[in-house]
Write a protein that binds this ligand. Structure first.
Ligand SMILES: C[S@@+](CC[C@H](N)C(=O)[O-])C[C@H]1O[C@@H](n2cnc3c(N)ncnc32)[C@H](O)[C@@H]1O
Length: 211
């Protein structure tokens, strides 16, 4: 299993194992680490898991509480036919880790979540991947940073609709709760650190906090 992955699955489990009759939607199955963890909870709590993967992962489990959809998770026309009447308690996003893709599927599947539903998004932290970091990797550093920034932009314009916590272990896990019915479009966050005024301040003197 990947860097800190087991710990993150345990964290997810601890957040959802008290929900009875839960309905889970999982995006990204691969060898089934998260799938099997979710199925364990479904069997304990009389729940049901629907999973989507672009590759055929149908042999990962024969559990009767599992429905596998072989499709890209942004092929909404196809996927929606299977989930049209469903309302999920949990959404797990662990498929194609590209910021615009994460944004697209987040906005789509948000409307399939119950109010107070929980959304987990894997791989949103870049710290292990920076130069000379434990997992030094230019591509993943960049893509995880961009996904993190995108999440902040979504959250920043939706504070009445979402809560957001980030777990920084390993490649990170975002934990969001749906508290509103609809989502506003994300909004760019203006960064004042690089304004001329602040750059001058930084090089001429160190600002002291006001009392
Ligand atoms: C990181 S793995 C999932 C790991 C799994 N959740 C676990 O905990 O073991 C990512 C998976 O997403 C799938 N994937 C990639 N792009 C996808 C897409 N657009 N739609 C659905 N699945 C996709 C890949 O085939 C791969 O199986």
């Amino acid at each position: 299993m990947k860097y800190f992955e087991k710990e993150k699955l345990e964290l997810i489990k601890s957040k959802i194992s008290n929900i009875q009759n839960l309905n889970i939607l999982e995006l990204g199955v691969q060898k089934g680490n998260s799938t099997n963890m979710f199925l364990e909870i479904c069997n304990q709590n009389d729940g049901y898991l629907t999973s989507i993967d672009i590759k055929n992962c149908s042999t990962v489990s024969a559990d009767k509480r599992w429905k596998f959809i072989h499709s890209s998770d942004n092929n909404f026309e196809y996927v929606d036919k299977f989930i049209a009447n469903k309302q999920f308690d949990v959404l797990f996003i662990d498929s194609y880790h590209e910021p615009n893709h994460v944004r697209e599927i987040f906005y789509h599947y948000f409307y399939y979540l119950k109010k107070t539903g929980i959304i987990f998004i894997d791989d949103v932290v870049w710290l292990p991947y920076v130069r000379n970091g434990v997992e030094d990797n230019n591509f993943i550093e960049r893509i995880n940073r961009l996904t993190f920034d995108k999440l902040l932009e979504i959250f920043n314009n939706n504070i009445e609709n979402l809560t957001l916590d980030i777990n920084f272990r390993g490649s990170g896990l975002a934990i969001l709760t749906k508290i509103g019915e609809k989502l506003n479009k994300e909004k760019k966050i203006k960064n004042r650190l690089f304004t001329i005024k602040n750059l001058i301040k930084r090089f001429i003197y160190s600002p002291k906090p006001k009392n």
